[in-house]
Design a protein around this ligand. Structure first.
Ligand SMILES: Cc1cc2nc3c(=O)[nH]c(=O)nc-3n(C[C@H](O)[C@H](O)[C@H](O)COP(=O)(O)OP(=O)(O)OC[C@H]3O[C@@H](n4cnc5c(N)ncnc54)[C@H](O)[C@@H]3O)c2cc1C
Length: 385
């Protein structure tokens, strides 16, 4: 019996498990292979919906389903918190005392937010990186009656790089709709020298910021918040006054990966091969999704396109063959819808060799994002798209 252990039942872990069943069904049925997913909560959360809670169009209850309902019945689900990986014994220890042995290990434990890394973040800044925080931001927007809105990024890398730009565009549109635009300013702070990390996307977004009258402050790495003066300060020495401060919180990889020595850097990201998705030089440990250190968007879409590669490579190892077919290597494919406001959107599609060339914003891509969000449960985790 060979055991494939998948840590994390989010987008990446669930899809990998279901794809592995498709490849190894008869071996699983004969009792030669076991696939186990370990997840801390047993609830699968669709995080892209958080932004729509903040924008007033979504409810938290629609964004969470039992992980069991998304997994093939051949996959065993263990609900428990992973505490440590012991590579010497090929075991994973859970906080409830259970120890699980693995032959192949897939790490899909995502990222975590650490707002506490910035003093006064919790009391001064709003965000939309959890359902609860997004609900709180919605309340803050509902009571906002004009003033200075500052939207920024308090640490890189973070999940869904376009999200703060989308929120800036959507809030600006909302202010116009509510008749508050004339007595409000919207400022956007980018940690780098342009509006967005990828140059072609920045070239698309910059005129939209200008058109909407949103001032972009480049090289603004959030360093501190002064609650007395209601200003946010950058590492570069700039300060911006706010009435409503919205910051993407700093992100890190999971603590157990740092404690186990697999992610030795301060960020806690796993050193991952950009094509094979193997972690370091290990022959039987893979990573996908937000957990990796790959210089790509931390996005569900990234995990979505990585999962077939991990599944093919793990299945090949289990079957004692070479990986084959079109998913031997990950080529860096990512595809994200991007909201512009006023019912319009665009699409970012790229890979390691081809930067995105976003089409002119239109209604189709906005609707594409809405449809994708609504149909997610029936498509992505089950490997149907
Ligand atoms: C506001 C927002 C908007 C977004 N918009 C988009 C978008 O438009 N498009 C897009 O592609 N992506 C978007 N994303 C990003 C996307 O949600 C993530 O990149 C994606 O969920 C990553 O998948 P993952 O499987 O790596 O991690 P996750 O989906 O986060 O899953 C990780 C799983 O691991 C489990 N876990 C963690 N630690 C442990 C532990 N110690 N023990 C056991 N289990 C553990 C967690 O419970 C969780 O179930 C957005 C995210 C946010 C927050």
């Amino acid at each position: 019996m060979q055991r494939i252990l998948i840590l994390g039942g989010g987008g990446g872990g669930t899809l990998t498990a279901n794809l592995l069943v498709k490849k190894l069904r008869s071996r699983i049925d004969r009792g030669e292979v076991e696939i186990v997913v370990v997840d801390a909560t047993g609830q699968h959360v669709y995080q892209p919906g958080f932004m729509y809670i903040a924008m007033g169009g979504e409810r938290a209850s629609n964004l969470s389903r039992p992980e069991r309902s998304l997994l093939d019945k051949r996959v065993n689900l263990v609900i428990g918190q992973v505490d440590r990986i012991d590579e010497a014994t090929q075991t994973v220890a859970l906080s409830n005392g259970l120890t699980l042995v693995y032959d192949q290990l897939v790490i899909a434990s995502g990222s975590r937010i650490v707002p506490e890394a910035i003093e006064h973040f919790d009391t001064e800044a709003e965000h939309f990186y959890t359902a609860e925080a997004a609900e709180k931001l919605r309340l803050a927007l509902d009571t906002f009656d004009g003033g200075r809105i500052v939207i920024g990024i308090a640490g890189m890398p973070y999940k869904c790089p376009p999200a703060p730009l989308e929120v800036a565009f959507l809030i600006e549109a909302e202010l116009r709709e509510r008749g508050l635009r004339d007595r409000s300013s919207v400022d956007f702070c980018s940690p780098i020298g342009r509006a967005f990390t990828i140059e072609t996307v920045s070239e698309m977004a910059t005129p939209i910021f200008e058109e909407k009258g949103i001032e972009v402050h480049t090289f603004f790495n959030v360093e501190a918040i002064d609650p007395e003066r209601k200003v946010v300060l950058s590492l570069e020495g700039e300060e911006l006054p706010y009435d409503l401060l919205i910051l993407v919180p700093p992100h890190k990889g999971q603590q157990f990966l740092m404690d186990s020595g697999l992610a030795p850097t301060p960020g806690g990201w796993l050193p991952t091969d950009r094509h094979s998705l193997l972690v370091g030089e290990r022959p039987n440990v893979y990573a996908l999704g937000d957990a990796t250190d790959l210089p790509l968007s931390k996005a569900g879409s990234t995990a979505h396109f990585e999962a077939p590669v991990v599944a093919e490579r793990v299945a090949a190892a289990v079957e004692g063959r070479e990986p084959a077919g079109k998913h031997v290597d990950y080529e860096g494919k990512v595809m994200c819808f991007f909201e512009i406001g006023d019912g319009k959107g665009t699409l970012l599609q790229f890979d390691y060799d081809h930067p995105p060339r976003p089409p002119k914003p239109n209604r189709v891509w906005h609707l594409g994002k809405i449809v994708f969000n609504k149909t997610y449960w029936h498509t992505v985790p089950k490997g149907r798209v």
